[in-house]
Design a protein around this ligand. Structure first.
Ligand code: FES
Ligand code: FE
Length: 367
């Protein structure tokens, strides 16, 4: 149930329980995070065969690793013997194989079962059949995207399509050469808020004038495609000069800021000298981990140039945004928000996000 009898300029939000109800979250895990393309590692961080990372994707733990042939592989991080979690660390490196800490079944970097104590007493075991379960993997923009569905949706339509919708074409993002940029800084935020509060916040700029003083100094008309202020030299916390401009950036993209949301969990910001790439990992109805990368031209990072003022601007924006989300989360279970709130006209696209989500969910809570 939502607020009714609204004036036509306002539309209702989702009601509070969408942000608190474990049943809604369970549906989202199954029908959104496990069903769609989900962005995880920066491919370059898996820098050699055996390098791995693990992630929670929906209800599953997923293991991403660099295989011996140089490709990135993704598996459910579950031992096929009796189901122990295979890699218990968030990241690391194995020499040749993954060994289960329970009874020492061992899997090659391609996922095949290669050894098990007393394996010779089980001559009929099919090593492929009892190998790790693969998940679908794509690499794009220098990131690894996984999909846990048996039949993944179209990457072109869902992921690349979201960018085309926002920028007009794919070339506009390809000009930033994101594949070849290098990680200058990574900050991980553990946010005590539902993932939708974070995505909704990212989708609107109604709050910018209130909570982002530094950002509005640099971008007086802040919003997607906004131009830097006249006296601003770069996208830095004090508007001072930025780093070297990415050469492919077109003249009409110079001195501009673009903000793109790729449902369900990626936000990308483009500025002339760097790219800010966020991934959200929804952990619980009221907890979301956000990993944010600042990417620069390789020589900028390799030369040890000071990126602090550059990183600081969006780090503050992130903190300001996540504080706002954390301030909102407790109110989602208040009587005051039982029927939800309202969206002003400039937030109408959040309404589209709500409709999109509701169409994915089977259970729609009512009071
Ligand atoms: Fe992994 Fe037994 S559960 S080896
Ligand atoms: Fe914001």
């Amino acid at each position: 149930m939502t607020i009714t009898n609204l004036p036509p300029s306002l539309i209702p939000t989702l009601s509070g329980e969408y942000y608190t109800d474990p049943e809604v979250f369970a549906q989202e895990q199954e029908r959104v995070f496990e069903a769609m393309w989900f962005c995880v590692a920066r491919a370059a961080e898996l820098d050699k065969p055996g390098a791995f990372r693990t992630y929670q994707v929906g209800r599953e733990s997923v293991l991403i690793s660099r295989s011996r042939d140089g490709s990135v592989k993704g598996f459910l991080n579950i031992c096929r013997h009796r189901g122990a979690k295979l890699c218990t660390e968030e990241s690391g490196e194995v020499k040749r194989a993954f060994q289960c800490p329970y009874h020492a079944w061992t899997y090659g970097l391609d996922g095949k079962l290669v050894a098990a104590p007393n394996l010779t007493s089980m001559p009929d075991i099919d090593r492929k059949e009892y190998g790790l379960i693969n998940v679908h993997v794509r690499e794009w923009l220098g990131y690894v995207w996984v999909c846990l569905a048996d039949e993944p949706p179209s990457f072109e339509a869902d992921v690349q399509g979201a960018i085309v919708e926002r920028l007009g074409d794919l070339e506009s993002i390809e000009r930033y050469g994101i594949d070849d940029l290098k990680l200058g800084r990574r900050i991980t935020y553990d946010v005590k808020a539902n993932w939708k509060l974070i995505i909704e916040n990212f989708m609107e700029c109604y709050h910018c004038a209130t909570i982002h003083p530094e950002l509005t100094e640099v971008l007086p008309d802040v919003g997607h495609g906004a131009e830097f202020g006249e006296d601003v030299q770069g996208f830095t916390v004090d508007g001072s000069e930025g780093l070297d401009r990415i050469p492919g950036v077109a003249d009409d993209q110079d001195r501009r800021y673009y903000a793109i949301t790729v449902r369900p969990q990626v936000f990308i910001n483009l500025v002339p000298d760097h790219v800010i790439f966020h991934r959200m990992y929804p952990m619980a109805p009221d907890r979301t981990v956000v990993e944010c990368d600042w990417l620069y031209l390789p020589h900028v990072v390799e030369s040890g140039k000071d990126v602090d003022r550059s990183v600081e601007l969006f780090h503050r924006v992130n903190q300001q945004d996540f504080d706002a989300c954390e301030r909102t989360q407790p109110a989602m279970s208040s009587k005051a928000y039982a029927k939800g709130g309202v969206l002003v006209p400039s937030e109408h696209h959040i309404g589209e996000f709500h409709t999109w989500l509701q169409n994915k969910l089977e259970v729609r809570p009512t009071h």
